[in-house]
Ligand binder design. Sequence first.
Ligand code: ASP
Length: 202
Amino acid sequence: SHTLLAGHLADAFADAHGLESSDLLARTSKEKWLKWKEEHQPTETLAPYDTGTGKLFGNHDTIGTLAIDTCGTMAGACSTSGMAWKVPGRVGDSPIIGHGLYVDPKRGAATATGHGELISGICSSFLVVELMGRGATPIEAIQEMLQRVASSYEITPEHQVACIAMTPDSQFAAGALRAGFSYVVYQDGPAKVMNPEFVLNS
Ligand code: ASP
């Protein structure tokens, strides 16, 4: 009857149910974060961005996975520590159903990575799955979602959104707002690293 708890009362709930609590922050990440905190205001959220290479310095880490078995049962998962340098208390896209991840056995599955606020703002994963349910291929659905992001927000050079999607009959594809994203496919043989089929601002 409850889908989502957040913040200290979620911790209290977990404690009350005997879940073991632990600090998940890696030592190296913690050191980087403490250094960043010394040099920035607590309300600053901009990720360090290298205008020379167009690369973000390690502010994305979400891993999204979609799977389908030989009986056609689909599953999806995503794992993240959220966008780096975020304001304390911020909830990103990954934990919210339909934003960072959505799986519908009849329509397909999608998961996203990148700037959570852009992903959340248009319910990206739900949108991709809904479009596939109405007949779009995975690539068409991702393309439409990325175009919706681009037309809904003022996209800046540090913004990135990437998505993988799969239909219940095992068609799949990936797309991204800009270059730099790759994904891995595991099907029968060794895993293959793939480039996205669609990049909006290539
Ligand atoms: N989507 C995540 C967030 O905004 C960041 C990421 O993809 O690494 O929290």
